[in-house]
Structure formats: C-alpha cells, structure tokens
Design a protein around this ligand. Structure first.
Ligand code: ARG
Length: 475
C-alpha cells in the first residue's frame, strides 16, 4: 500500500472508527500508522477465490452438522457467490479499514444478507482461515507452474530432437573438454526441470492437508466435521494438530525453495544463452522477439530477456531466505509476523511464471548455427581423450600412461600450431613408436561423439533414445 492512501494523523479517538469486525472492546480506532502497518488487503485480496471457496465449504459443513440452520446456510452461500461475482467483475470495493480479505468478504456478506452473516465465523478463526486459503493458493500456483515447466520441457525436447546430431564443444571450467551434441546439452535441462517439477509435486502432496476447523489455535467445542470440509476443498485429510495447523508455513517455504532451485536452473540456462549469443561463440541466435537493440550501437542484439531471467533468480532466492528468517524465531501458535508471508510468496510465483514464459519463448524461437559450433570443436584438442582411450584399447597402455603420452602429443601439436589430426604419423610415433595409422579415425569429432553410446551419453542415437524417453516421462 502507499502512504498517501491513509491520512497521517494522531490516534483517532472516535469509537465509530474502531474496526467493525473486532472493535467491540476498543474505545478508539487505530492510529493511522497502526492502520498502515496492520493492513494487508492490498496483498491478500489475491486470496479471494480461495477465501470464498473455503467459507462456502465451512458454511455447508456447519449446516450438515446442525450448527447452522439451512436457511442461513443457503443465504450465506448465495451471498458468497454474489461477492465472488462482484470481485471478478471488479465492482467490489475493498476497504483498507477492514484490514484483510477475510473481513472484507464477511463485511460485504453482512451488507448483503444481514446479521446471519455473523454466523459464518462460528467454529473458525482468521488463523485457520488464512492458513487454509494460503495453502489452497499455493496449491493452485504449483499446478499452474507445473503446466509451464512442462511447456518449457517440450520446447527443449523439440530442439534436442532437431539437434540430436549437431556437434558442439562440451565444456568443463568453461574450457573446451569433449565434443557433445547440442541435443544432449539441452536434454540436461530437461532433467533439471523434471526434478524441479517433482520437488514442487512433493511440496503439493505434503501441503494438501486441511487446517480449517483448527480455529484460533486449540480447535473448537462445536461438533464440526473436518473431513467434510477437507473433501469439499480437495484436501487429502484434515491437519492432525490445531496448533501446528495455524502456525505452519513450511508449505510456503518449501514452495519458495522449489521455486528458487528452479530459478537457479533457469538462470544457468540463461547464462549459457548469453554466452552462446556472444560474438566469440555465435552458437545460437535469439529471435527478435526476445532481444533488444542498442540506442547508440546499431549492430547490437542484446539478450535482455536471458539476462533478466539470470538476474531474477537472485531476488527469488532472497525471498526464500527472508521468509525463513521471518519464521525462525516464532513461538506457537499464530503471530502477526506471519502476515508477511504472502507478499514474497506471490512475488516469487509471479516472477517464476514470467521467467518460465520468457525462457520457453527464447528456447522455442532460437536458431542454431551448426557451422559455428563445429568450428569451435576444431580448437582445443577436443579429441585428446579419444586418443588416450585408443592407446588403452589398442595398445593396452594403463590409462595414466596413455594420458601422459597424449599430453606429449598435444604439446607437439601446440608447438606446430595445428590440430591433433594434422600431425603426421611420424610425429606421433616420435612420442610412442607403437602408434599406427588407425589412430586417425578416432580423432574426428563425429567419431568421438558417435562412440559415446553409454546410457545417457552424447551419441546421437543415444540422444534420440533419451528424447523419446523424455517425451514419455514428462509430456
Ligand atoms: N491477515 C491475517 C494474516 O494474513 C489474517 C489472520 C489474522 N489473525 C489474527 N489473529 N489477527 O495473517
């Protein structure tokens, strides 16, 4: 909220301004500063549909249990549906003086149906209400993100299939290591995102317990049936401890942790896109839709979207740490500190959504320059390991010795300023006389790639196997 929306003033001495929902024993209204620090409606109005859904389930259960008469329950449920319509039509007026979404909805219900509205809050509290609403919200967010993750995996798998045999240098330490295929490289991200999805699915399974009916902290003396509201709201079961239920925010922390890990993966891919699009690499080209020009340098194509995905991971990780810090010292049960849980959770979810959309767009649209990738493999003695492996396989050298011999051959090529395949047989034999012409076959990049047929390896046939397996596992 912005400071200019609540007038700065000394405490309001007018009892009529005391909060109409809990103001019974308060003579004066809150000071303007108190109102500003306490109000959460600007943030938690995003819980409106979960709040109304949970209230409807609660009212129906109260009626079923004979705690509420049928006529009141019907009026309450009808009124709640009307409020949902008003909020969706954007005709609902959110009042800051009513603090939060729960009291805004209940106050409007009172306008609509009169005092019967006050019966809705029987056998519950805002503490179990907010815990329920927020779990439902995070559950919906996880379902939305899962669909987005899947779309990104699909884009990656399609590019991987197209480039199952496109060779490029594989790196360690960002130094040329061994040739791989671009398809193989992209499938690495498909695996990471698969784990991100499964982490959030675990979080979803754990959070899917119903806090409603835990009331303020101790449960209630009314004969409620928490299994009925659980079923109505799609929860697997009611939470088993009312104190835990109103004070647990693990689910939001776990969600943010899952999102932060996913953001870290997206950031690594974004960084690779930044590197691959530089002039030194030119491995890929991002589409116009995901690049920007420079105001003074006409030749520039800047990978802004990738840079922003890379950057936004930092903020998301920060929110996770902030929420952990906010929770870590809180005694049981509810504390108002916990009202601060929603803004960062919404922010993390919104940012993840945006980053996933941007990354999916960039990956679907990108074009590859296979010639640039291949020519990069011609530098850096990329098949040196294949030479060492040949010395082991054909000449029976122990690998350590083969490594040493290969090092000497690389040194010769370096001195001569050529690649391994450009050395003569005589030059190789000067290092080790037993070497034969046959060695030249393994020095080709395509041979090197094609030979790595081990399960999960980079050989194009193996990449195609993994493309098909990934489709079956993830899409
Ligand atoms: N707006 C509050 C929150 O988000 C709702 C719970 C308020 N409970 C209370 N005892 N004041 O946490």
């Amino acid at each position: 909220m912005t400071a200019d929306m609540v007038p700065e003033s000394t405490p309001n001495q007018d009892a009529r301004h005391a909060n109409q929902m809990w103001g019974g024993r308060f003579a004066a209204g809150p000071s303007a500063v108190m109102a500003r620090i306490n109000v959460s409606i600007d943030v938690d109005k995003r819980l409106y549909s979960q709040d109304i859904g949970a209230s409807k389930a609660h009212a129906a259960m109260l009626a079923k249990q004979g705690i509420l008469n049928a006529a009141d329950a019907e009026a309450i449920i009808k009124g709640l549906d009307q409020i949902l319509g008003e909020i969706e039509a954007e005709s609902f007026v959110f009042e800051r003086s009513l603090e939060d979404i729960h009291m805004n909805v209940e106050s409007r219900l009172t306008d609509l149906i009169g005092p019967a509205a006050g019966r809705l809050h029987t056998a519950r509290s805002r503490n179990d209400q907010v815990a329920t609403d927020f779990r439902l919200w995070v559950r919906d967010a996880i379902d939305r993100h899962d669909r987005q993750f899947r779309a990104l995996q699909q884009a990656l798998i399609e590019q991987a299939e197209r480039h199952a045999a496109t060779v490029m240098p594989g790196y360690t330490h960002l130094q040329i290591a061994q040739p791989v295929t671009f398809g193989h490289h992209l499938l690495a991200y498909v695996e990471m995102i698969g784990r991100d999805r499964s982490r959030l699915a675990d979080c979803r399974a754990r959070l899917n317990e119903n806090p409603l009916g835990s009331a303020a902290l101790a449960g209630t003396s009314f004969p409620i049936d928490r299994f009925v509201t659980s079923a109505a709201l799609g929860f697997d079961r009611p939470t088993a401890n009312s104190l835990d239920a109103v004070s647990d925010r693990d689910f939001a922390i776990e969600f943010q942790a899952g999102a932060a890990i996913a953001a870290m993966h997206l950031s690594r891919l974004a960084e690779e896109l930044v590197i691959w699009t530089t002039d030194a690499f030119r491995f890929v080209r991002l589409s116009d839709a995901f690049t920007t020009g420079s105001s003074i340098m006409p030749q520039k194509r800047n990978p802004d979207a990738a840079e922003l995905v890379r950057a936004k991971a930092g903020g998301m990780i920060g929110h996770l740490v902030g929420l952990l810090m906010m929770m870590k010292g809180l005694p049981l049960a509810y504390g108002k500190d916990m009202q601060e849980d929603k803004a960062p959770t919404f922010e993390v979810s919104d940012t993840l959504e945006l980053c996933l959309a941007a990354m999916t767009g960039m990956i679907s649209d990108l074009t590859v320059d296979p010639a640039a990738m291949r020519s990069a493999t011609e530098r850096g003695y990329i098949t040196a390991t294949d030479l060492a492996d040949w010395l082991v396989r054909r000449l029976g050298l122990p690998f350590r010795q083969a490594h040493h011999v290969t090092g000497s051959i690389v040194k010769r090529a370096e001195d001569k300023g050529c690649g391994l395949a450009e050395l003569t047989l005589a030059e190789m034999q000067a290092v080790l006389p037993e070497i034969t012409m046959e060695v030249f076959a393994v020095l080709s990049v395509d041979r090197a790639v094609a030979s790595r047929t081990s399960y999960g390896g980079t050989a194009p046939e193996q990449v195609m196997t993994q493309v098909n397996a990934a489709r079956a596992r993830f899409l």
